[in-house]
Write a protein that binds this ligand. Structure first.
Ligand SMILES: [Zn+2]
Length: 271
């Protein structure tokens, strides 16, 4: 019997291929697991940034928006509306927070959650709103971005990683050096469909807690769905309003929320 028979060698390759394939599968599997784990880590890194660090970031970011804002009756009305919402937040969401609205008298149809517990609301958005309730829904939605810390994700992954590291080692100088890039990223940050959906869900829950009903919850998005996308900042930074209306309607039905009646906008917000 020949030990090195060519036949025997011919019979072996399938087994070797199987082993090779198993190894390859194992290798690819662990590679995907590492990438997935890394993604998950980055996604959750924002929760490691303490509110105090976020507020310190805010002290550096907010003035850029404050310079454009106008203190007056409109801004105080908006802050009264926000206070009503904030008093209905769960304690862990309002703890250490001091939410405020900055009213910017510009025709832009947009609202923005920025670090420093601040919501920037443009005149164009208020003009596009027709009831107090729909404005409250927009504010509630923005509070949802704070709760999910989307406003920190808007700073960009690179900055989040560095802020998280700096806040763990307590390096304030490093945090301050990052602000320029942070402001630039914020102004063009886009939220994903699932981030928006979560913020809508949060806004709806808060609206119902505040009024005991949800009149006006979908009004703003319904009106936006009829507009030309390119001209409206809100539409270029927030995805498909039609889907959002559908999701909200489904939630309202599932949770058996009462619809109730809309309240008019406060006088100081009628332009
Ligand atoms: Zn949003």
């Amino acid at each position: 019997m020949s030990y090195h028979s060519p036949r025997r060698d011919d019979r072996n390759p399938p087994a070797n291929n199987r082993q090779l394939l198993t190894l390859l599968a194992l290798f690819l599997g662990s590679l995907f697991a590492v990438i997935w784990g890394f993604g998950l880590l980055l996604n959750n890194l924002v929760y490691w940034i303490p509110v105090s660090v976020e507020q310190r970031l805010g002290q550096l970011i907010v003035p850029a928006y404050e310079a454009e804002a106008k203190d007056g009756p409109a801004q105080s009305s908006l802050n009264q509306l926000l206070d009503r919402l904030q008093s209905n937040l769960d304690p862990e969401q309002s703890q250490d927070r001091n939410y405020q609205v900055l009213y910017v008298p510009k025709p832009t149809v947009n609202a923005l959650a920025i670090p420093g517990d601040t919501i920037v609301l443009y005149r164009g958005l208020i003009e596009a709103a027709e009831s107090e309730n729909e404005l409250m829904m927009v504010l509630g939605h923005e509070l949802g971005h704070f709760a999910n810390r989307d406003h920190l994700r808007g700073l960009g992954q690179n900055i989040i990683v560095r802020v998280a590291i700096a806040s763990v080692i307590g390096n304030n100088g490093a945090i301050e050096a990052l602000i320029g890039g942070a402001i630039a990223n914020l102004s063009q940050s886009h939220y994903s469909q699932s981030q928006e959906k979560q913020a809508d869900r949060f806004g709806l829950t808060l609206l119902n807690k505040t009024y005991g009903y949800v009149a006006g919850a979908t009004d703003f998005f319904e009106r936006m769905a009829k507009k030309e996308r390119a001209n409206i900042a809100f539409l270029s930074t927030h995805p498909a309003p039609k889907d959002r209306v559908k999701n909200l309607e489904k939630l309202i039905e599932e949770r058996k929320y009462e619809i109730g009646k809309r309240s008019p906008l406060p006088e100081s917000l009628l332009f």
